[in-house]
Design a protein around this ligand. Structure first.
Ligand SMILES: [Zn+2]
Length: 381
């Protein structure tokens, strides 16, 4: 079987769509007018991703407020926030360029999704001729909606976690029911959990093991056959061409991360300073048998934060080197991250979001071509 290749999820929203979101937030355009722009951006995303030759496509999350907040709010500015949430939650992350992203705060129970990812998938399906993948958010990210200390009145932490796991399970099941071939769970908070940033208190609470157990509480509800197509994405963040935890050593994350019983992992790697060391760590810690599924390791071969387009030969060389440490039947390729996990993102290193979109499709095309080259070279084409 050729080496599989898969995108993480998001693409930059066109400048026109970002302007429409801002106009919707201040009441200048209607919901229907915003949806027309979202429809156009989704159609363009799928058509251009199909043109790269990618075997799997997605709508690039063009309708989502962000990879993390789509279930609970319509826009990043807070329009359509669920009634039992307040805007003033904890920081999700503080990025190296100094900007931050903040989560809402749960004020009462029960916790419910307003929007499931399958709703995006249902709209994407008629536009695609290839198989679709869908990214969903991890329970460990939404865990941060509950106050770090104390309890929400009348709604215990354990009751919240039970509701949260049920919603996350439904989010994944609905994607498969709507026709997704693959569902990957965004787990960017994993690496950040290994960092102790005094400006962002949750990062200092050593929550990685809590996160892993919580995610397994959901993942273990699926059969081995289902878990083959359930992935985990790890990265050091990617927003406004900046990261939040690239200084965390993968050796602190990977041994725990592979305890999650997922069938595949989408792992940022192209932007790592010492890739070979990380390939080796992946080879050592990924499991041949994670409760009935082999863990397939998709290594990042393109960097969405950097406008330089990788060549197919570079992609091929990365995979060939990785195959020294990761068995080729458990090796895949991916992008380091989504290209714009948050809907409002000017992509400052790329001149504009529209230029960043053009570059994203070139990077995806190089990944697809380079992965085919590596498959030939490694005798699995
Ligand atoms: Zn990412």
């Amino acid at each position: 079987m050729p080496i599989p290749t898969e995108n993480v999820g998001s693409l930059p929203r066109p400048a026109k769509l970002q302007a429409a979101i801002a106009a919707y937030d201040i009441g200048k355009i209607t919901r229907e007018e915003l949806e027309r722009e979202q429809d156009a951006a989704c159609r363009d995303s799928i058509e251009r991703m199909e043109a790269t030759g990618s075997p799997l496509v997605s709508d690039g999350e063009q309708r989502a407020s962000s990879f993390a907040t789509y279930p609970i709010v319509d826009t990043l500015a807070g329009t359509g926030l669920a009634p039992n949430l307040a805007a003033d939650g904890q920081y999700f992350a503080i990025f190296t360029d100094g900007h931050h992203r903040q989560l809402p705060r749960l004020t009462s129970g029960p916790f419910k999704y307003k929007t499931f990812a399958a709703e995006y998938l249902e709209k994407a399906k008629p536009l695609a001729t290839k198989s679709l993948k869908q990214a969903v958010i991890a329970p460990s990210m939404l865990y941060l909606l509950y106050p770090l200390d104390g309890e929400v009145e009348g709604y215990s932490r354990e009751q919240f976690l039970e509701d949260l796991c049920n919603e996350c399970e439904q989010d994944i099941r609905k994607c498969f029911a709507a026709g997704a071939q693959r569902v990957s769970i965004d787990f960017t908070e994993g690496r950040l959990a290994c960092r102790n940033d005094p400006r962002n208190p949750w990062t200092g609470r050593k929550m990685l093991e809590t996160f892993i157990e919580l995610n397994n509480r959901v993942i273990d509800r699926f059969s081995a056959e289902e878990r083959k197509n359930i992935g985990i994405h790890t990265c050091p963040g990617g927003d406004c061409d900046s990261t939040h935890s690239a200084d965390v050593d993968y050796a602190d994350l990977l041994p725990s991360m592979f305890k999650m019983n997922a069938g595949y992992f989408l792992i940022q790697l192209a932007s790592e300073p010492d890739k070979e060391r990380v390939y080796k760590l992946i080879g050592e810690h990924s499991r041949e048998d994670a409760n009935g599924v082999p863990q397939v390791c998709f290594i990042g071969v393109t960097n969405p934060q950097n406008p330089r387009v990788e060549t197919a030969q570079e992609v091929c060389d990365d995979l060939v080197l990785a195959s020294k440490y990761i068995p080729v039947e458990r090796l895949g390729s991916t992008d380091d991250c989504g290209f714009s996990p948050f809907s409002i993102d000017v992509k400052p290193k790329h001149v504009s979001p529209d230029v960043a979109r053009d570059i994203a499709f070139k990077k995806i095309a190089a990944r697809v071509e380079g992965t085919a080259l590596a498959s030939q070279k490694l005798g699995v084409a």
